[in-house]
Design a protein around this ligand. Structure first.
Ligand SMILES: Nc1nc2c(ncn2[C@@H]2O[C@H](COP(=O)(O)OP(=O)(O)OP(=O)(O)O)[C@@H](O)[C@H]2O)c(=O)[nH]1
Ligand SMILES: [Mg+2]
Length: 295
């Protein structure tokens, strides 16, 4: 029996819906999602087998103009992820259209010589009549092998993309055991779920000025896990906001993250959050390495 296997990179602007699509295809929440831009900070794999093909999706940070060391490491991870993949899915938010930042990404992708498939996402938000002109505009800037129009949120059109991937990936043996779903370790997952709640429950620069690390992750004899997580913030004012009056904000972040973690690990979790001020963490190599970002 011939099998196929390959890496498929998700490339696009922040907020295009890359992580939502990864989760939809994998059928599990592997990568955190929020309405805010620049949610994803590092590469996460979503692995799925379909029609004798192992599709290894690579969720990546969105591409934007970097200012901090953290930003540079994120954008660098995105381009490296695309370079290393067999195929790149160029994801565009159809509602936002062909913005300047999208044009810039297309320009760079076009020069990379990689196989590119165009994916217009969020079709639930736009009329069908807007999709054709957008496809034409993109096609005038870059040559793409296929065009898909889908909604990662509703799942509409996603099966067709998966069928094409299963058919078109290079022939070869599976690179991961058949029931592997991701390469994300549980301790990183715990930190990410806390960070997701920071993105959901705080505003303005706070989510961007926070990083989350799991300090300890211990299985207990009763089958539950005890997880200690540190949230680093850059400023004293941010610490106060994250904790909230009477600790209500941090409690709410912890409660929600714990629920999500329990759902994914399918066991009882005891989650302890600690907020520390650490000015300049976003320029610190060790903090970036802790979330798997190397320059
Ligand atoms: N209406 C609609 N919303 C979507 C769709 N796909 C994603 N979204 C929403 O768009 C927002 C961003 O989604 P993400 O999956 O986090 O986007 P991303 O491309 O991973 O963003 P970064 O990690 O910041 O690069 C979230 O609020 C999603 O719920 C879609 O098909 N339709
Ligand atoms: Mg993302």
């Amino acid at each position: 029996m011939t099998t196929r296997c390959g890496f498929v990179a998700l490339v696009g602007s922040p907020n295009a819906g890359k992580s939502t699509l990864l989760n939809r295809i994998a059928g599990a929440k592997l990568s955190i999602v929020s309405p805010k831009a620049q949610t994803t900070r590092f590469r996460t794999l979503g692995i799925v087998v379909r029609n004798n093909a192992q599709i290894i999706l690579v969720d990546l940070p969105g591409i934007f103009k970097p200012r901090r060391r953290l930003d540079r490491a994120m954008v660098n991870a995105a381009w490296t992820g695309s370079q290393d993949a067999d195929l790149t899915l160029l994801l565009i938010d159809a509602k936002a259209g062909l913005r300047d930042d999208v044009r810039e990404i297309i320009g760079k992708l076009a020069g990379s010589g990689k196989r590119v498939w165009l994916v217009l996402n969020k079709t639930d938000l736009v009329g069908a009549e807007e999709l054709l002109p957008l496809t034409k505009d993109v096609s005038s800037l870059i040559s793409v092998e296929y065009v898909f129009m889908l909604s990662a949120r509703s799942g509409d059109g996603v099966d067709d993309l998966m069928d094409h991937l299963a058919r078109e990936l290079p022939e070869g043996p599976y690179l991961y055991p058949e029931d592997d779903l991701t390469d994300l370790p549980d301790r990183l997952l715990a930190a990410e779920l806390v960070r997701e709640q920071i993105f959901m429950q705080t505003h303005e620069e706070i989510p961007y000025q926070a990083t989350v690390e799991t300090e300890s992750f211990k299985e207990r004899p009763d089958g539950s896990v005890r997880v200690e997580v540190t949230i680093y913030v850059s400023r004293p004012g941010h610490k106060a906001i994250l904790i909230g009056e009477g600790g209500h904000k941090i409690k709410s972040i912890g409660a929600r993250a714990r629920m999500e973690l329990q759902g994914l690990l399918e066991r009882t979790c005891h989650l302890f959050l600690n907020v520390k001020e650490r000015a300049g963490w976003d320029e610190e190599k060790a903090r970036l390495r802790a979330i798997g970002l190397e320059e």
